[in-house]
Design a protein around this ligand. Sequence first.
Ligand SMILES: [Zn+2]
Ligand SMILES: [Zn+2]
Length: 146
Amino acid sequence: MLVHLRDIFVSCILIFDFLVRIINLCCTMKCTHEKINILSEKSYCPDCGALVENKWYICRCACCGVKRKAVLLFGNVVPEEKFCTNCGSKEFIVEEVKEINFIDINFATLKKEEVKQPLTVNFAPIQTWITVNCVQNGRLLFGACK
Ligand SMILES: [Zn+2]
Ligand SMILES: [Zn+2]
């Protein structure tokens, strides 16, 4: 009976370990870049190292052009309300706001977009300097010893 309980306990630990790994994997795969300062235009995420650009978006009614409050839904910019309060239309367009102002900030939503950097392979040889420090007659000399 005791052995049986121990087996259950061990398998529970294994399952728990497996779940923790999966959660960790999901977390590392999808970083939310939450530490990025929203006031900076672009910066590197301290959690994942990706270059992240802060982009503000607003939604506009495609029918009458009125601004509609934008929200992020699964990474997509969508209007908060289903229908335009001005004309009742469901259609909308998403507009990027280049410079956010006090009026737009009430309508806008912030999207932290990763900047895809072109892969640059640097084949330049790495130069290594070897400095030999010698103490000669009590003085520190840089360079090769004589
Ligand atoms: Zn990140
Ligand atoms: Zn409308």
